[in-house]
Design a protein around this ligand. Structure first.
Ligand code: DGJ
Length: 721
């Protein structure tokens, strides 16, 4: 089976083919790129007469690859450039192309990669607008093992005049109809990535972030679902942006019911001056096609992000079970209290102790000291090294929390450098959580962060870093940039952040980094490139987590999701759930604890020991297996999901009942992904069933009886016999 990129010289057609997918476009007679098809793989494509080919130049209904605004196409364009005479008309025409093996790295930006040239092919198309002096290179990469296309665009000023980029999106795809649902992952702090679907109607359906980070409110991901598509049926087109800042993702339906999907850096409040000889690289979009529903799309995202986006030694390593002191102590701790917690944790079998916020400067609450990255000697007179050494003696690793991108007005750093924060002169600096955002568009600020964080990491035996970021931007402006570059600040910040992360993570390859932004406010592929895991949400309630983890799994693998067991009543919603249920939800992620284990009863400690042993026995499966969503917490009272190992020898299935129903009888649900011909032993019941029986007839859950109560959970480990 042919996989790769082909150019039909006669028809001027590009055909990007993977195992299950084709993406086809051509060079139209006028030299522009026209879009022809994206969907299930087809072997050859015969160019058809375009509906309005007779009216050369009339673009109203033509499907295009990287459209402009200003001619007769009135849809939202992929880019817009303003020339020094103030006009915005450009006409990019095909010049040449190149098909290369493998994939090039994107300068200064995170992106998927290859380890071997044979894994992928890349098409680079050069387009020119002579009048503007604009050269554009469109990059398309196709992976041979996944129905995935990545796209990005590189703008070059090859003329002798400067121009401004007003908009530079990463992708634009025209669909012939609008028979789709628009799926988005939206929410807020503590309720991130809720699954929302809405129909596509004439006009624009969009999500975006103007907050400086990818945000709790909208994740940089959308999908179009063909009519009646669900988890296991129908065509699905996924778009995921490898970027951590302001973004836009939208679908526009025109008068002919055609749909144009565009995605990239949010053009709102963005402008980038491109001087002679300069380049501007857009972030990458990872586009996935599935012919059998959302679950398959998710599995492709999981695989490519787990294997070809995440980097470093932890990519393939099993992640440690951790305890984090945040919900156990908040700011109220001292060395003795921490070590007491650590001793209990080590007795339970926990492998990593994480010291969260409050260890530095004069930080005893959230009103001060961000930026002062030296130990709080009043609180921890023995210093960090002592704590790290003591924890090491207990057989555990030590991890530390930082929030390096922030500055408290009440800090030594702010006294020295009041202009180092994002701000606009003479305007109010709005505080959120009593803090401001450091201006990472400035090199010296980035260098300061790199040195401050590095010096702590060098001098203490640290195995893990939680990199937090607890507010979004406001009054966006930089003291360093000239007036005509102020609207570059937000993107320059992200470029600065990526430089800092690249530098620190490569200086400390043996440290496991977990990203966090008030929970899941920056759970995006850009951050995953630098940090293999993310704190999924500050909401640790097991029932809320069903939705959050289910929604997150649309795009992100379980190995990327931090999931911890916390105390009851839960600190975010006050709910009391059984310890078993809290454990059964958290095992479907990077498992850990976030409670004062020293005040638990001996019965609870025994239960936790068992949870930990259990997680260790299934950890590889959880972090590297294939995930199947079965019952949806957004629509059902019950949730079910499962994991299957690649060789289908092992599986882990879970069923959660939110509210108990009176007299419910027996319930059965169908498992997924097993080998139909294999027999599986259910470890918990010691029963053996055929894979086919479990998948087609289902597994029975006994929810009736005296134990029927709210918030129950069941987990089964399956092993092939
Ligand atoms: C927000 C994080 O999500 C929490 O886990 C905790 O680290 C706090 N910040 C600390 O300020």
């Amino acid at each position: 089976m042919k996989i790769g990129i082909y150019f039909d010289q006669e028809e001027k057609i590009f055909h990007i083919q993977s195992r299950d997918m084709s993406y086809i476009f051509d060079i139209m007679d006028n030299g522009q790129l026209g879009h022809l098809y994206w969907g299930k793989r087809i072997n050859s494509f015969k160019k058809r007469k375009r509906p309005i080919d007779d009216h050369q130049g009339i673009l109203t209904a033509l499907a295009q690859e990287y459209p402009a605004y200003g001619t007769l196409d009135y849809r939202f364009p992929a880019y817009q450039v303003q020339l020094d005479n103030g006009t915005t008309i450009t006409e990019l025409r095909y010049h040449s192309h190149q098909i290369i093996k493998g994939k090039e790295r994107l300068k200064g930006l995170p992106a998927t990669y290859v380890e071997d040239e044979e894994e992928a092919e890349t098409l680079k198309i050069r387009l020119f607008d002579q009048i503007a002096g604009l050269e554009l290179i469109l990059n398309y990469t196709v992976y041979s093992d996944y129905p995935v296309i990545t796209r990005s665009a590189l703008f070059k000023n090859i003329g002798d005049r400067n121009f401004d980029i007003l908009q530079a999106l990463s992708t634009s795809v025209d669909f012939p109809d609008n028979d789709y649902q628009f799926l988005q992952l939206s929410g807020a702090w503590a309720r991130e990535r809720n699954l929302i679907k809405r129909p596509l109607l004439p006009g624009v359906t969009a999500i975006d972030s103007k907050r400086g980070n990818s945000s709790h409110e909208q994740n940089p991901f959308i999908a179009l679902l063909s009519e009646n598509a669900d988890e296991y049926h129908g065509e699905v087109y996924g778009f995921s942006l490898v970027y951590s800042g302001n973004f836009l993702a939208q679908a526009e339906v025109n008068k002919y019911h055609q749909t144009r999907v565009t995605m990239g850096i949010n053009p709102f409040d963005f402008k980038w001056k491109l001087e002679k000889g300069e380049e501007f690289q857009t972030p990458e979009v990872v586009m996935v096609y599935s012919d059998s529903g959302l679950n398959k799309m998710s599995q492709f995202y999981h695989e490519i992000y787990r294997k070809r986006l995440v980097r470093g030694k932890f990519r393939d390593l099993e992640r440690p079970i951790l305890i984090n002191n945040w919900e156990a102590t908040y700011f109220d701790f001292n060395t003795e209290k921490l070590l007491k917690l650590a001793r209990e944790a080590s007795d339970l079998g926990i492998e990593l102790f994480v010291l969260d916020d409050g260890w530095f400067g004069r930080r005893n609450d959230d009103t001060s000291s961000l930026g002062d990255w030296f130990v709080n000697k009043e609180k921890l007179p023995e210093g960090l090294k002592y704590i790290a050494d003591e924890i090491k003696k207990l057989g555990m690793k030590f991890g530390l929390w930082f929030e390096p991108e922030m500055i408290s007005p009440d800090s030594e750093l702010y006294e020295k450098h009041p202009d180092w924060c994002i701000h606009v002169p003479e305007r109010k600096r709005s505080l959120l959580r009593s803090q401001l955002v450091l201006d990472l568009s400035r090199k010296e600020v980035c260098d300061y962060i790199i040195e401050q964080v590095s010096s702590i990491l060098e001098n203490t035996c640290i195995s893990y870093v939680k990199w937090d970021m607890n507010r979004q931007m406001s009054e966006i402006g930089s003291a360093e940039l000239p007036p005509d570059r102020q609207r570059e600040t937000a993107h320059r910040y992200i470029l600065g952040l990526y430089r800092v992360l690249e530098e620190i993570t490569s200086r400390f390859p043996d440290i496991l980094f977990e990203s966090c932004a008030g929970g899941g406010g920056r759970f995006d592929p850009g951050m995953l490139y630098y940090m293999p895991q993310t704190w999924t949400s500050d909401n640790t309630d097991a029932i809320e987590r069903l939705k959050i983890q289910y929604g997150t799994s649309l795009v992100y693998p379980l190995s990327a999701m931090g999931a911890h067991v916390s105390a009851v009543p839960n600190h975010q919603v006050g709910r009391i759930t059984p310890l078993k249920t809290r454990g059964d939800v958290a095992v479907f992620g990077n498992f850990g604890y976030e409670l004062d284990v020293s005040c638990l009863s001996s019965k609870e400690k025994e239960e936790i020991k068992k949870q930990i042993q259990f997680y260790k026995s299934v950890r590889k499966l959880v972090q590297q297996g294939k995930f199947y969503r079965i019952l949806n917490p957004f629509t059902d009272n019950n949730t079910a999901w499962m994991l299957v190992s690649d060789d289908r020898e092992e599986a882990l299935a879970a069923f959660y009942q939110v509210l108990a129903e009176p007299n419910p009888g027996r319930y059965s649900f169908r498992l997924k992904g097993l080998a139909p011909e294999k027999k599986y032993r259910i470890i918990e019941t010691d029963e053996v069933y055929g894979g086919d029986e479990l998948m087609y007839a289902g597994l029975e859950v006994e929810i009736d009886g005296f134990e029927n109560q709210d918030f129950r959970s069941f987990v089964w480990k399956l092993e092939s016999v």
